[in-house]
Structure formats: C-alpha cells, structure tokens
Design a protein around this ligand. Structure first.
Ligand code: FO1
Length: 324
C-alpha cells in the first residue's frame, strides 16, 4: 500500500497520523504546502512541514495544533521586552528547528533534503516532501487595505478583514519535484487532505505539473472535506481556522460548504468524503462528477470517529480492486 497525501497543517495532520497509525508510517508519502512559509527574524519558518513532522513524531502540541509539546516562549517574551511587536510566536524548542533549517538552506542544502533530515532526526519514517523547492508565498488583498502575507493576515489580523483576492506569488516558477512524480506513479491511493482548500491545497496543485500528474495517476483520488456544517467548534483555534477558510473561499466567490470545497477539485477527485451531517450535499457533489462518501469526520471532537474516517478514506482502494 502506497498512499500519496496532499496537504499539511492541523486538519490534515490529524488524518495523516490516523492513516500512519493504521497502515504504518512507511506507507505514506506526504506532499506538503510551503506557500504559508515565512521569513521571520531571519529564519525560514515552514509551519505546515513542521506540523506534519511534529505530528507524526508524536511531539505536536495537540491543544494549539501547531508547535511542540512542553514548549516555552521565553525568547518571544524577551523580544517583547526589547520593544518588539511579537505577533508570530516561535517557541524556544521550535526555534531550534528554524535555526537548523535556515543554516542548512544558507549552505545550499535543498529544502527537500533539510525536510528529510528533520524527519529522520525526529524518528519519522514517512517520506515528507515540500511541494516544491522554489519559494512561493500566499498573499491576500484585504478589503480596504493592501496585499499582505498569509501569516500576517491569519495570525496578526486574526483573519478579521474580508479578502478580495488571493495570489500565490512565485508559483509560475515552481516545478514539481521528481520525488512527487515518482510517488504518484507508484501510488495505490491519492488523498487530498482536510486542509483549507485555498490556503493549503490549491497552492500545491498550482505547482508545475502536479495537478496533471495526479490526473494521470492510475490510483483513485479521494478528497476529504475540511468543512462540516453546523459542527460545534472544538476550541477558539478551531473557530478561527473556520473563519479563515470561509474568508478565503469567499474571495473565490464560494460559500463555506463541503460541496463548494469539492467544486475546487472537479476533474481531479474521484471521491469526496463528507460528514454525515452534510448528507444533504451528496447530490450536489455527485453532480460535479465526484462520488460522495459519507463518514463521521470530526475526529478531533470525538476520537471514536477516527476508524470510520480511515475506513472511508481507504474505501476507494477496494472499489478500484473490484473494478479491475
Ligand atoms: N498560529 C497562530 O495562530 N499563532 C501563532 O503565533 C503561530 C505561530 C506558529 C509558529 C510556528 C508554526 O509552525 C506554526 C505557527 N502557527 C501559529 C500556526 C500557523 O500559523 C498556521 O496554522 C498554518 O500556517 C496554517 O496551516
């Protein structure tokens, strides 16, 4: 079993951990968004790469969803004492990752090699691939303001202002890594994770020939909804991420619904996993040429849902076998 998974960040990492737990870490290849990376105090920070690495290593702070367990923020508190406006928090232990990454990059080591080194150092055997080597930056045009970087909008401005436009600066120069193409050729299943479609999946699909290579792969492609209508927010972070997703979808003229997310994967996804609460959206998804699969997806609200979601994500492999 060889599963190629696209997406990163908090939502997708929960699913990658569940799949790795069931099938083994070596069964997965993760292709991770780097368009929300930032340079901060001279350091290259790759939030989605780090979230999946820490998540698979069992070192992720589950409550925050990002950063490391047993973290302290003394360096940030000291920067504040020095008069800095600290709006993006790098934990003291997390800083070590950014220091090492930045030093290796400055010596000419490619991001993919740095990422593999960090995975190995964290005892993670899953292949974790950045979506590309080139720097791509998600930027948003906010209502009444100018263009700003993704993290500035998401963290500093708490995704409050509405967004008129989203762009992925530098994407035209980004090339699909050969390791991504090789993984897709050997894949038995392709998964588009429950990540924010506009922030975390579309930048990956926009790189070079990635979208075309997924379409050309013989493996079935299943996407998982990040949106469940009427779901209770687990915590403040959950509510904030929903608002961010909603604002970014609105910039594309889309509603914050599972079927709107599915519409972004038309011509690409064969299957789309929706939550049982959104059964009513199934006909709409079918009309997009995508087969809906219904499951209990809120694994962070109730861990009991995890086996059901894993079963749903894996089900296209048995359908593909039956059709052979
Ligand atoms: N998210 C926040 O809401 N506030 C932060 O200060 C913050 C810092 C941070 C540092 C390292 C890291 O890997 C992630 C961090 N995140 C923070 C999460 C991050 O902004 C996002 O949730 C993702 O970029 C979206 O996937």
């Amino acid at each position: 079993m060889s599963i190629v998974c696209f997406g990163g960040g908090i939502g997708a990492t929960r699913l990658w951990r569940a799949l790795a737990g069931q099938l083994g870490q070596d069964s997965l290849t993760l292709v991770v968004n780097t368009a929300d990376d930032l340079w901060h105090y001279g350091l290259r920070v790759c939030p989605d790469l780090d979230t999946v690495t820490y998540g698979l290593a069992g070192k992720q702070d589950q409550e925050r969803g990002w950063g490391l367990l047993d973290e302290s923020f003394t360096a940030m508190a000291t920067l504040a004492e020095l008069g800095e406006d600290v709006w993006f928090n790098l934990g003291d232990r997390d800083l070590a990752t950014h220091l090492l990454r930045t030093q290796l990059l400055s010596r000419g080591v490619p991001l993919s090699v740095v990422t593999a080194h960090l995975a190995q150092a964290n005892k993670v055997s899953t292949q974790i691939l950045p979506m590309c080597e080139e720097e791509v930056s998600t930027e948003v045009l906010v209502d009444g303001g100018g263009w700003m970087g993704f993290q500035e909008y998401h963290v500093r401005h708490q995704a409050e202002p509405s967004v008129e436009e989203v762009r992925y600066r530098g994407i035209e120069h980004a090339r699909t890594p050969s390791a991504v193409l090789a993984a897709l050729e050997n894949a038995s299943l392709v998964v588009l994770g429950p990540s924010s479609p506009v922030a975390s999946i579309l930048p990956i699909l926009g790189v070079g020939e990635t979208r075309a290579a997924i379409q050309a792969a013989s493996a079935p492609v299943v996407a998982v909804t990040p949106i469940v209508s009427g779901a209770p927010f687990h915590d403040v972070g959950d509510a904030h991420r929903a608002q961010l997703r909603e604002r970014l979808l609105a910039a594309r003229g889309l509603e914050h619904t599972a079927s709107a997310a599915a519409s972004l994967y038309t011509g690409l996804a064969d299957f789309f996993v929706i939550d049982e609460a959104d059964l009513i959206e199934a006909p709409h998804i079918r009309s997009l040429g995508i087969t809906p699969i219904v499951a209990r997806t809120l694994t962070h609200v109730d861990p009991v849902c995890t086996p059901d979601l894993v079963r749903a994500v894996m089900s296209p492999t048995s359908i593909a076998q039956q059709n052979r």
